[in-house]
Design a binder for this molecule. Structure first.
Ligand code: CA
Length: 229
């Protein structure tokens, strides 16, 4: 059943014609209806007229860059945005800018990967509309620093509690290691971003004790972590 994606309008903003064409073909094959723009100045008016269901947004564009476009879009629209960028290190900087994008994909990417990310966003929207979401499966007792999964109390340290509650508050949002690190310790102690990795590892272990299939934490290579259904 593909009714969540059939006919969804996807706007590809990309100034490399070959790449745009390739994405277009893959999106078509997957049941989406793709559109393409190559000049940054055309995006806002087009979106206002056509109301796409999702936008794949390149950063380096003629006319107007992707960062500016993303900011302008968020002034009037909640349309899901996936930013594509040529450098993985840039994603960290972009996260810091709080642009409100839903996901980031690093070039060179495989079209398959992009399609998977697009589908993941629509799945997320559908499940949140259906009222099944992670926030409901998990319940957070802030004062007691307790998190339960379907009523079962998780055996968490204080740091793990902070880490998981940060991720749970914004399911689907990508957090850089630095952003997560900011949440972990209250005493500004010096820790490295690797600390985050080891806490995530422990957290995953504890979740898998509850259920083998409970593995909602996704690591995004070179960038950080997010929570997915
Ligand atoms: Ca470009």
């Amino acid at each position: 059943m593909n009714n969540t994606i059939d006919g969804k309008k996807i706007l590809i903003v990309e100034d490399e014609p070959k790449l745009a064409q390739l994405l277009k073909e893959y999106l078509l094959q997957s049941g989406f209806v793709p559109f393409g723009l190559s000049n940054g100045l055309d995006v806002i008016p087009w979106v206002k007229d056509n109301e796409p269901d999702l936008i794949l947004l390149d950063l380096m564009l003629p006319g107007k860059d992707g960062i500016e476009i993303c900011r302008d879009l968020r002034r009037f629209s909640n349309v899901p945005i996936i930013i594509t960028t040529a450098r993985v290190e840039e994603i960290d900087r972009l996260l810091g800018l709080e642009l409100g994008a839903d996901d980031y994909v690093c070039k060179p990417y495989s079209p398959r990967e992009v399609i998977a990310r697009v589908k993941a966003i629509f799945r997320r929207i559908e499940t949140s509309q259906a009222g099944v979401n992670l926030e409901e499966e998990f319940s957070i007792e802030k004062e007691r620093m307790e998190i339960r999964y379907l009523g079962i109390l998780l055996d968490l340290t204080a740091v793990e509690f902070r880490l998981l509650s940060t991720l749970l508050k914004k399911p689907g949002r990508l957090f850089s290691r630095d952003q997560l690190l900011d949440q972990l310790y209250e005493d500004n102690r010096i820790v490295t971003t690797r600390t985050v990795d080891s806490h995530i590892k422990n957290l995953r272990k504890k979740l898998s004790v509850i259920s083998n299939e409970l593995d909602p934490i996704v690591s995004v290579y070179g960038v950080g972590y997010k929570l997915e259904l």
